[in-house]
Design a protein around this ligand. Structure first.
Ligand code: ADP
Ligand code: MG
Length: 249
């Protein structure tokens, strides 16, 4: 039997909890090792898609399906999706006072894989990754989101990506007020992790054209008004540069 694709979104319809439809008929297939970028203007539904893929209770899937390695995960909770190897990086609106980056990674790893690495084992693994990412080792002992800059939040995110070893990573860079430094941290981190784990699929949701320069996605999708209006290769990004989203409206 042929392997099912890594991650498939089929004819996905998403509404708010009070029934307002937002996404209508999203089709997206990410194969192992591929990077896909989803772009769209403000209000097109990018965050809604990220939230639906994250199983956020704010939205309801009203049609279609989400499949991961052949399993229909449409009704799975965020927790179960994470354990299965889906990584949903999102911005942390809440602060985590008194939890260090290291301790947070330890808890996240325990939730993901059900294994409790010793602090020492985890520290070794984290230090190795931090070296690859050119990060200051002191960062591991910083308290989570305690005055983290955008770039520091992103460092924490790529460390999670490296340590949790997901099969499929969904990165929502939509609302995070990323500066160019933070973009480089994310893209560089993602590329390092991909080099170590070539089978990992990536869906990067962004309105930053610049992120695509760093990630060079295999596929680019354009979301407008809750619908995918175009899907293609990297050349779509160039067209987007030249013509803006107007070309598809
Ligand atoms: P993007 O992230 O692309 O800017 P969003 O997914 O945040 O777009 O929003 C898409 C559209 O859905 C917008 O018009 C927004 O106002 C609307 N929307 C999103 N969430 C809700 C909600 N909880 N209730 C009502 N409308 C919403
Ligand atoms: Mg948004």
């Amino acid at each position: 039997m042929p392997e099912p694709p890594l991650f498939e979104v089929e004819n996905l319809h998403v509404a708010t909890t009070d029934g307002t439809p937002i996404l209508s008929g999203i089709d997206l297939t990410v194969g192992a090792g591929e990077v896909h970028a989803l772009m769209g203007p403000n209000g097109s539904g990018k965050s809604t898609l990220a939230s639906a893929l994250l199983a956020s209770p704010e939205y309801v899937v009203t049609g279609g399906s989400i499949r991961f390695r052949g399993d229909d995960i449409t009704d799975w909770s965020a927790d179960v999706r994470g354990k299965a190897g889906l990584f949903l990086a999102f911005q942390y609106p809440q602060e985590f006072p008194g939890v260090s980056v290291m301790n947070f990674l330890r808890q996240a790893l325990s939730a993901r894989k059900g294994i409790d690495l010793s602090i020492l084992e985890l520290r070794l693994a984290v230090m190795e990754w931090m070296e690859r990412f050119n990060m200051d080792p002191a960062f591991a002992d910083r308290y989570l989101n305690d005055g983290f800059s955008g770039g520091e939040k992103k460092r924490n995110e790529v460390l999670q990506l490296a340590i949790l070893e997901p099969e499929m990573a969904i990165l929502d860079e939509t609302d995070s007020g990323l500066d160019i430094d933070a973009l480089r941290i994310v893209a560089g981190g993602v590329q390092e992790v991909r080099a170590a784990r070539p089978g990992m699929g990536v869906l990067a949701i962004t309105h930053f054209r610049r992120l695509l320069d760093y990630l060079s996605p295999d596929n680019v999708h354009i979301l407008i008004g809750g619908k995918l209006v175009a899907s293609g290769g990297f050349e779509l990004a160039a067209q987007l540069d030249a013509e803006g989203f107007e070309a598809w409206r």
